[in-house]
Design a protein around this ligand. Structure first.
Ligand code: ACO
Length: 420
């Protein structure tokens, strides 16, 4: 095993290193402070590995994303989201019997507690659905308390969460448009059930369009996990205190809501609409994004990890074309998006900083074509990410290296002083 050598204030220190499956190298600096009294300073944790994980592999330089070893390009269109959720949580794709049982469990547990229905009445009509979702998930811990030592209790609550998150999301939409709630149906796939609950009405016959079901299924798969991003790290951080599963996932939803994270998909569409309303002058917005005195950023561009391209964006770019073609939609926002992409990919500002379109850039276009309101975009991200968060929560609990998360700081405030 190689060691990393550190010389500090005349002292020499050695730290062990280790590699992951794909040869990513880590310096194990757990003894750093104890031996040297120094700490690492890494705001945003861009150089910090907070755990070992067997769930998802990303190579940001090569644009690779794999779940449990499977490239996302292999999974989309070949297996459904519910099978991917099983893969992330259980480590392997389900066989036919396992998948049937898993789907059955998810459907049986997709009805929310009837008492929780009343909560919807008391949110203001202006409430953001992400806020409703986070609050509802948090309150599930009152309705479904569990014994954290009992594996079957944990498993049931995991199923409840994945089963009910789409119901909560669709109900918050129905509430916002003043329509009656539509209950989930056992014959539908996960994606189709969500679309049914969103768009069906009791007075009409509604059959879920296949093109929408397939597009949503792909979107959910592509959002299902992304290793130690902000919301997943939040779930692990909260979970490290042994807080209950619902509290951890509610925190994850709130972290995802931020515009620099999952909230970016809503911001992308609002940005495209702003450009359209401004006469479609996308070049002006590229210039604004490059202007250091202007806080404006091109939403949907750039990524902390992907410095080549975001493989999810590649899949979604094709999906966006397919969905718009099949639905016969000619969306001027897609033209603006393509123009932005083209100009940014050639512009030295974006090229030098490795700023490429990310997953949020195209997802908003597809959601819009599907008739999903802008405020629901980040909610759909949360539905997709639920199995990933849960897989990380489970992995953290069984990791012998896990300790309560407690970073250090360098204090730069006042030195000791006293009242006169
Ligand atoms: N538009 C214009 N300039 C940008 C953009 C952008 N979208 N993103 C980064 N930059 C510039 C920064 O100004 C900085 O320039 P400088 O070196 O001259 O100071 C440089 O690129 C590096 O940017 P950082 O903010 O340091 O990169 P970081 O890795 O911290 O941030 C992030 C990544 C948050 C995604 C950023 O690129 C961003 O704000 N993008 C827009 C929001 C977005 O699309 N978020 C979704 C991310 S994907 C997801 O969460 C699913």
């Amino acid at each position: 095993m190689t060691t990393a050598k550190l010389t500090l204030d005349g002292g020499n220190y050695e730290f062990p290193t280790f590699s992951g499956t794909e040869n990513e190298l880590a310096i194990d600096c757990r003894k750093l402070r104890g031996e040297t009294t120094a700490i690492t300073y890494d705001p945003g944790y861009g150089n910090t590995g907070s755990c070992k994980s067997a769930i998802t592999f990303i190579d940001g330089e090569k644009g690779i994303l794999r779940y449990r070893g499977y490239p996302i390009e292999d999974l989309v269109g070949r297996v459904r989201f519910s099978a991917v959720a099983y893969l992330l949580i259980h480590g392997e794709l389900p066989d036919t019997a396992q998948l049937a049982g898993w789907r059955n469990d998810l459907t049986k547990n997709s009805l929310i507690h009837e008492s929780m229905l009343k909560f919807f009445d008391h949110f203001p009509v202006t409430a953001h659905p992400m806020n409703i979702l986070a609050s509802m998930i948090s309150s599930m811990s009152s309705f479904y308390p569990y014994d954290s030592e009992q594996e079957e209790h944990i498993n049931l609550n995991i199923i409840r969460l994945i089963g009910q998150v789409k119901t909560l999301a669709a109900f918050s939409y129905k509430k916002s448009v003043g329509q009656p709630f539509m209950y989930p149906r056992s014959e539908y796939t996960y994606a189709a059930n969500f679309l049914h609950m969103m768009f069906a009405e009791p007075t009409e016959t509604y059959s879920v369009p296949k093109v929408l079901e397939d597009a949503l299924d792909a979107l959910l798969i592509l959002h299902a996990d992304h290793e130690q991003n902000c919301s997943t790290s939040t779930v692990r951080m909260v979970g490290s205190s042994q807080a209950n599963l619902y509290a951890c996932l509610s925190a994850g939803v709130n972290a995802l809501w931020g515009p620099l994270h999952g909230g970016a998909n809503q911001e992308v569409l609002e940005m495209l609409q702003r450009i359209q309303a401004d006469g479609g002058d996308y070049k002006k917005y590229v210039a604004k994004a490059k202007d250091k005195d202007d806080p404006f950023r091109l939403m949907g561009f750039g990524h902390r990890v992907y410095k080549n391209f975001d493989p999810r964006a590649i899949v979604l770019r094709q999906k966006a074309e397919q969905v718009l073609n099949e639905l016969g939609i000619n969306d001027p926002l897609l033209d603006i998006a393509k123009n932005l992409e083209e100009i940014a990919l050639k512009d030295s500002y974006f090229v030098e900083r490795n700023l490429y379109p990310n997953v949020d850039f195209y997802s908003g276009i597809i959601y819009r074509a599907m008739g999903i309101p802008t405020e629901m975009f980040t909610v759909l991200f949360a539905i997709g990410r639920m199995p990933g968060w849960i897989a990380h929560w489970l992995e953290m609990r069984s990791d012998p290296d896990n300790r309560i998360h407690r970073p250090r700081q360098i204090y730069i405030g006042q030195p000791e002083r006293h009242l006169p």
